[in-house]
Design a protein around this ligand. Structure first.
Ligand SMILES: *Cc1c(COP(=O)(O)O)cnc(C)c1O
Length: 355
């Protein structure tokens, strides 16, 4: 029996996507060949790549607005460096909302002056700090829209005159936002988009070719754009499965519909965390993530009991990250409300047992 998969990443994908992806490994669309044994220069794969990038621009409503979508390897982690390599000439500003921002700041410091204009480190990153006092003389401002580990998420994005860059790894395609506010955003696929191995980058092309440093080919966004993301052999399985998921998103009614479902799921789970006196939410209420729900037990000594109940109910992947402790339920697009209800039921069983 398939478990209720609350894993933070790699994470749950829709059943239909997994079925179609597995079929393609045996044979891709009556080609007589497997997806993973055809040339990436074949017309079949070229059309997969074209459809995937076109769908990204369609879903984000960025067609004909000067943006390009590319697929890159190296994870979101390589984007911490690549963004700075391509865009940081002198000075950039970062908002520090946790582990992933810290890592992005570390890489950018290799290449220029980095201002950490605000941070929520004082409270172990359980909130989103204000985004004011943005300097004007910076090459860009970098934020992390959803903090996978701490369970916080930006609810709105203020207007900002310097270019705005975002790591959207764990909430891309989960809600309707005005993507045109961003000049560049990136996302490792394995949270809410596809399998590990590919990273999506969407860039406003006018931003590029402005820095004075020489950029190695494999780190240069312009070379990926020129080569239609096929500078070298792309991760064909990860790109194809991502495409299947993009089709799935559209078949469900697009990100508007997914946002409604995600909101409903998050509200149900947070309501139980707030009602049930055995649990505490970690993040400040106004900044709670609708993708990664972090919570702790009032009495950590009872964790074996709760873990047992979860295990008996086929729940997988809710152990919290070591920097928060407790639990983290990742409730990405493909996770159903049924799985949420099973988890809530476990919390209620635990409450009865310990009353
Ligand atoms: C998981 C994650 C990363 C790191 O992704 P990799 O693809 O493993 O490099 C970066 N940022 C955020 C917000 C993440 O959730």
């Amino acid at each position: 029996m398939k478990k209720h998969n609350f894993s933070a990443g790699p994470s749950i994908l829709p059943k239909e996507v997994l079925e179609d992806a597995s079929k393609s490994v045996l044979e891709l669309d009556n080609t007589g060949l497997s997806l993973i044994e055809i040339s990436h220069r074949s017309k079949e794969f070229i059309s997969i790549m074209e459809e995937a990038t076109a769908r990204v621009l369609k879903i984000t409503e960025l067609q004909n607005k000067g943006y390009k979508a590319i697929f890159v390897q190296g994870g979101a982690s390589l984007q911490f460096l690549m963004t700075a390599y391509n865009l940081l000439e002198a000075k950039a500003a970062y908002i520090n909302t946790g582990t992933w921002s810290v890592k992005a700041i570390k890489e950018a410091k290799l290449l220029g002056n980095v201002l950490e204009i605000s941070s929520s480190q004082d409270k172990n990153f359980n909130y989103i700090p204000e985004m004011n006092n943005i300097p004007n003389d910076i090459d860009y401002l970098h934020i992390t829209t959803n903090n996978t580990i701490f369970g916080t998420q930006y609810k709105s994005f203020p207007d900002c005159s310097p270019p705005l860059i975002a790591d959207m790894s764990s909430d891309i395609f989960s809600r309707k936002i005005d993507f045109s506010k961003f000049d560049l955003f990136y996302a490792g696929a394995q949270k809410n988009m596809g399998p590990a191995g590919v990273t999506l980058v969407v860039i406003k092309e006018s931003l590029l070719n402005k820095v004075s440093r020489k950029i190695p080919t494999m780190l240069n966004y312009s070379s990926y754009i020129k080569a239609d993301s096929m500078l070298n052999t792309p991760p064909v399985f990860a790109v194809y499965t991502t495409l299947l998921n993009l089709r799935w998103i559209e078949s469900q009614g697009g990100i508007n519909e997914l946002e409604k479902r995600n909101l409903k799921k998050a509200e149900l789970l947070y309501a139980e965390i707030d009602r049930n006196s055995f649990f505490n939410g970690f993040a400040e209420v106004k900044d709670r993530s609708h993708m990664n729900v972090t919570f702790t037990l009032n009495n950590e000594n009872l964790s074996d009991d709760f873990n047992k109940i979860c295990e008996n109910n086929n729940i997988s992947g809710i152990k919290g990250h070591r920097s928060v402790g407790g639990y983290r339920a990742s409730i990405y697009n493909a996770l159903t409300i049924e799985s949420i209800n099973v988890l809530i039921n476990c919390m209620q069983q635990f409450e009865k047992l310990n009353k």
